[in-house]
Design a protein around this ligand. Structure first.
Ligand SMILES: Nc1ncnc2c1ncn2[C@@H]1O[C@H](COP(=O)(O)OP(=O)(O)O)[C@@H](O)[C@H]1O
Ligand SMILES: O=P(O)(O)OC[C@H]1O[C@H](OP(=O)(O)OP(=O)(O)O)[C@H](O)[C@@H]1O
Length: 181
């Protein structure tokens, strides 16, 4: 059986990563949606995640529970090791990623693909305000980090999400067909 692809979804805060991932998963249910471990209060929406305290996260790092982990926005995020088994079984996996963890992940996962979602800065500001998960101050900090370069040398698919979500998802499904990548 050939190894599954790890598709790392990146893009600035508010660009629509979680929305696009949910739509891609609905359209391609065989693709596994990776559930992250996050030191965020539970049930704040956007994605299904395992909410843990910082001490619990640190203990998980200590026992090597994560294939990759990083810190951002004052939170810690981990991708559980179970993903390695899914990939080995030939299942494609879709994971919400940090742009700064891409270089490390590319060394770890044999078939690594980046799905870079883009939108205009004004679109990001409107969407973050409408989402309502962060305070104005937190939103300003996220917008200030919107423009981050990707490391070079990776396989990257660019997907604009300035328009309607269903249109973005349709283009994403076409771009992620195994035979087209
Ligand atoms: N194409 C789109 N058109 C309109 N609203 C969108 C679109 N994509 C996402 N949104 C909305 O924008 C907000 C941010 O989307 P989200 O998926 O949480 O982004 P991210 O995970 O990148 O921060 C959410 O309220 C979501 O419903
Ligand atoms: O290094 P960066 O590429 O800037 O990414 C930093 C973090 O931002 C996103 O988190 P989260 O899903 O909590 O936030 P978002 O929905 O506002 O993007 C992403 O999943 C990373 O964990």
């Amino acid at each position: 059986m050939s190894q599954g692809r790890l598709i790392a979804v990146v893009g600035p805060s508010g660009v629509g990563k979680d929305s696009v991932m949910a739509g891609l998963h609905a359209a391609m249910p065989a693709m596994h949606l990776v559930r992250r471990v996050i030191t965020r209060a539970p049930e704040l929406g956007g994605e299904d995640y395992d909410a843990v305290s910082v001490p619990t996260f640190d203990a998980m790092v200590g026992r090597d529970a994560f294939a990759v982990h990083w810190g951002a926005h004052g939170l810690f995020y981990g991708i559980p090791h179970a993903i390695t088994d899914q990939l080995a079984a030939g299942t494609d996996c879709l994971a919400n990623f940090s742009r700064k963890a891409l270089g490390e992940a590319a060394q770890i996962f044999p078939r690594f693909l980046v799905l870079n979602i883009t939108a205009k800065p004004e679109t990001l500001a409107i969407r973050l305000a409408a989402r309502g998960r962060e305070t104005q101050d937190e939103i300003a900090k996220r917008l200030a980090q919107a423009d981050k370069p990707l490391p070079s040398g990776l396989d990257v698919i660019h997907l604009s999400n300035d328009g309607a979500l269903h249109d973005t998802i349709a283009r994403g499904v076409a771009l992620l067909q195994p035979e087209s990548v």
